[in-house]
Design a protein around this ligand. Structure first.
Ligand code: ADP
Ligand code: MG
Length: 358
């Protein structure tokens, strides 16, 4: 069952097109994220789904019904924003009950539903407090409770975690995941944070300058990016420019500007010998070993420049083959001492190399 459908949606402000050719089908119960940098059109698109804005072109369908021109209150949506949008003069219980009051739900049922949804977000004890007596994380949980209490057919979340500090953000992220698993409401979640999108989503829509770059599962987005933009936006990577030496059925060989020979397994598209390309290898895909060794395919010897201990892993910078490579090293206790200046060599697998046109 398709809950939400965007067909060739376009939106412009004055003459500035900020969303174009947006096509998407969201299945019932799905958790879909809009991911992209600030200004790429995430909020504008969400606001069109919510009904705060109308598309200039294209069709918007919710549960199969055309929604163009239908006001927000007729769409039965729950929405949560980045900034806390609770009413300051109302208690938590009154805030949460607000949508039910508008819908003329009876008092007994209202109290029951408020109680249930506060239990759902694990805050049953704050019902009588005012928003200013709550922490930021608690306020966002209440905002989520207020959105859910009307049992919306669709939950829209616009960067709800962005104003929280790192630890709380992760806690509430796990909480959102649990909530979604528990109630299964169709959800569209806007974020500029790739980790949030990867960890929460069934599918991610990557946006860049108002265009859809790719729609896919977190694994597809991470492992088979449709463009350089998607690959670099989704996580740290090494980018080496070079020229294609050879292409065959198994993959291709590239000589980088720094003189390394890189072998890449079969790519999604073909390249011609002589073509200028960029090769990408993620820092966590490079293995660091002791000492110098002769340069060979997918192998570079060099010098360790910087090692930053980050707890679960150490981020290293290695000068090798005329490039500076970022390498993520797992610390397992038997690793070599990561002393700056020492000789090291780097290796990677051809399956972990991505090639894009330069
Ligand atoms: P995001 O949520 O991805 O950060 P937005 O959807 O808020 O991006 O904005 C997309 C683009 O549209 C931006 O360039 C922004 O400046 C512009 N924009 C958003 N709202 C308006 C508006 N009401 N009038 C004019 N331009 C707008
Ligand atoms: Mg926004």
């Amino acid at each position: 069952v398709i809950d939400v459908e965007l067909r060739n949606i376009m939106k412009k402000f004055q003459n500035n097109v900020v969303v174009r050719d947006f096509n998407l089908q969201v299945e019932q119960g799905e958790f879909v994220s809009f991911l992209g940098p600030s200004g790429c059109g995430k909020t504008t698109t969400l606001n069109m789904i919510a009904g705060f804005l109308d598309p200039d072109e294209g069709e918007l369908l919710i549960k199969g019904r055309r929604m163009n021109g239908v006001p927000p209150y007729k769409r039965e949506l729950g929405m949560v924003f980045q900034t806390y949008s609770l009413f300051p003069h109302m208690t938590v219980a009154e805030n949460v009950a607000y949508g039910l009051k508008l819908r003329k739900v009876g008092k007994a049922e209202m109290q029951e539903r408020v109680k249930r949804v506060l239990e759902l977000v694990k805050l049953p004890h704050v019902a009588d407090r005012y928003p200013k007596q709550l922490s930021g994380g608690q306020r966002q949980r209440i905002a989520i409770a207020r959105a859910l209490v009307i049992e919306p057919s669709l939950l829209l979340l616009d960067e709800p975690l962005s104003n929280l500090d790192a630890k709380l953000r992760e806690e509430l992220r796990d909480e959102l995941k649990r909530l979604h698993q528990e109630i299964g409401v169709t959800t569209i979640f806007v974020t500029h944070d790739q980790e949030e999108a990867l960890s929460l989503s069934d599918r991610i829509v990557v946006l860049n300058h108002g265009r859809v770059e790719q729609i896919g599962t977190p694994e597809e987005i991470y492992n088979r990016p449709a463009s350089e933009f998607v690959h670099t936006f989704i996580g740290k990577t090494n980018r080496l420019e070079g020229v294609v030496l050879a292409q065959d059925g198994e993959g291709l060989t590239v000589k980088t500007a720094g003189g390394l020979i890189v072998r890449a397994a079969r790519q999604q598209r073909a390249f011609a010998p002589g073509e200028r390309v960029a090769v990408f290898v993620r820092p966590e895909k490079i293995r660091l070993a002791d000492g110098a060794a002769a340069d060979e395919v997918n192998h570079a010897s060099g010098q360790l420049m910087i090692a930053s201990f980050l707890g679960a892993f150490t981020e290293c910078e290695v000068k090798a083959g005329g490039h500076t490579l970022s390498v993520k090293v797992q610390m397992d206790g038997q690793g070599m001492p990561l002393t700056p200046g020492r000789a090291v060599n780097c290796r990677w697998e051809s399956e972990d190399v991505l090639v894009m046109p330069a």
